[in-house]
Design a protein around this ligand. Structure first.
Ligand SMILES: NC(=O)CC(=O)O
Length: 410
């Protein structure tokens, strides 16, 4: 895989130029794109910048995020050829940091749950997940060092787990969603995919201009949350979590099971109500002018949202706010939570993007989540571990995730 920090070290040492780094990425894309299909559009004449912390770093941008120099097509024929006037805020920040936007990566239609044509880079017969399918596959398949995704349910952490990429779904709204097609305005979160957790930190620091480490020297204190309200995982997910617990314990971390207040499970329960209600309104124009061109899963979500009474949506939001208030208690005696990134390895076939049931709670709570790659399950498929920290403590999430990544490294 292409590592931002490794490329940057070579560039800073003079061993590689930014143009050379970009050429490596273009070669990797040419080699794997025919099999993986991670891109909708490739930049015709990408040029490396000379300056900035991301000079020479090529970025794939999920195709619901606006770019001034390439179409933004939302994964839907309704927006075929659509050219926004300008860049989304996060794209402009990437360019200011010296990055090169190398192309637009596939997304499910409007970032919902209808499969794309993209294939899992480890086993082409399996799904890469969604909705940030191309972004996860492009990083997990070693095609690019960095990609942008979004999460409303589980669209960053789940595909990252399926494709073996590190990823962060930051705290809600840490990265602006200006210029990002809205699905659910109280849930949509922009995030990043990269090869390793330190690579994520380097990219987030460049994009968000924030310190991304608290420089904690003592091992983190972890709380384990198995999200029983979401049902049992596949055996390989439980085995991966147990392996991660054993490894971080051996590395000196304190690990304990956490009791979860009932309000947290109630929050998990209402996330789909909020997502569907808001999606129906966000996609009202598309539904009215081209409803017959919406694929089945997003169409079903819009229909469910239209059938949701405003009073039920309001009650769901009260439940969500109660869960956010009470989520603080989860972190009273621990720095970060360990939980499943996905129910198991990437499902066989391409008829589904998988189940966000272990992700949707944390999206609703707005807490920072990191997928830590490195473990393998059946068929030698990657399976991630999800590290969650308190809201606005993204540096804690990254420090704790880096500790887990180091502990599970082979
Ligand atoms: N946008 C989303 O997060 C939907 C999903 O989890 O598949």
């Amino acid at each position: 895989m292409q590592s931002i920090t490794a490329l940057r070290t070579r560039i800073r040492s003079g061993d590689l130029t930014p143009d050379g780094a970009l050429a490596l990425t273009r070669e990797a894309i040419a080699a794997r794109e025919p099999e993986i299909g991670a891109f909708v559009t490739l930049a015709p004449e990408p040029r490396a910048q000379r300056e900035g912390p991301l000079a020479g770093i090529a970025v794939a941008v999920k195709d619901i995020i606006d770019t001034a120099d390439m179409p933004t097509q939302m994964g839907s024929a309704i927006y075929e050829g659509w050219r926004p006037k300008g860049d989304a805020t996060v794209v402009a920040a990437l360019r200011r940091a010296g990055a090169t936007i190398i192309g637009k990566s596939t997304t499910t239609a409007f970032a919902s749950a209808d499969p794309t044509r993209t294939r899992n880079p480890h086993r082409s017969g399996r799904t890469p997940g969604g909705s940030s399918a191309g972004s996860a596959a492009a990083v997990g398949g070693g095609m690019v060092p960095l990609s942008l995704g979004t999460q409303t349910g589980g669209s960053i952490i789940r595909p990252a787990s399926f494709c073996g990429a590190a990823a962060i779904k930051p705290s809600f709204r840490l990265i602006p969603t200006v210029g990002v097609k809205c699905l659910a305005w109280t849930l949509d979160t922009v995030g990043l995919f990269a090869a390793t957790v330190p690579d994520l930190a380097a990219a987030l620091e460049a994009v968000a201009g924030r310190a991304v480490s608290e420089g904690q020297t003592r091992p983190p204190r972890f709380g384990v949350v198995r999200q029983d309200f979401a049902g049992a995982p596949d055996p390989e997910a439980e085995a991966a979590l147990a392996e991660a617990i054993a490894r971080v314990s051996r590395a000196g971390a304190d690990v304990r099971d956490l009791a979860v207040p009932s309000s947290i499970g109630e929050g998990w329960e209402v996330q789909p109500t909020i997502m569907d209600y808001e999606s129906a309104q966000s996609l009202a124009w598309e539904s009215e002018v081209a409803g017959n061109r919406l694929p089945p899963n997003i169409a079903a979500g819009v229909s469910a949202g239209r059938a949701t009474a405003p009073a039920d949506y309001d009650e769901a939001r009260r439940t969500a706010n109660r869960a956010r208030r009470e989520a603080k208690v989860l972190f009273a005696e621990v720095d970060a939570i360990l939980t499943y990134s996905a129910p198991g390895i990437a499902p066989d076939g391409h008829g589904s993007t998988g189940d966000p049931r272990y992700n949707r709670l944390w999206t609703l709570l707005g807490t920072p989540c990191v997928n830590v790659p490195g473990l393998r399950g059946p068929d030698d498929m990657p399976i991630g571990i999800q590290v969650v920290a308190p809201f606005a403590r993204d540096a804690v999430a990254l420090d704790a995730a880096a500790f887990v990544e180091a502990a599970i490294a082979p």
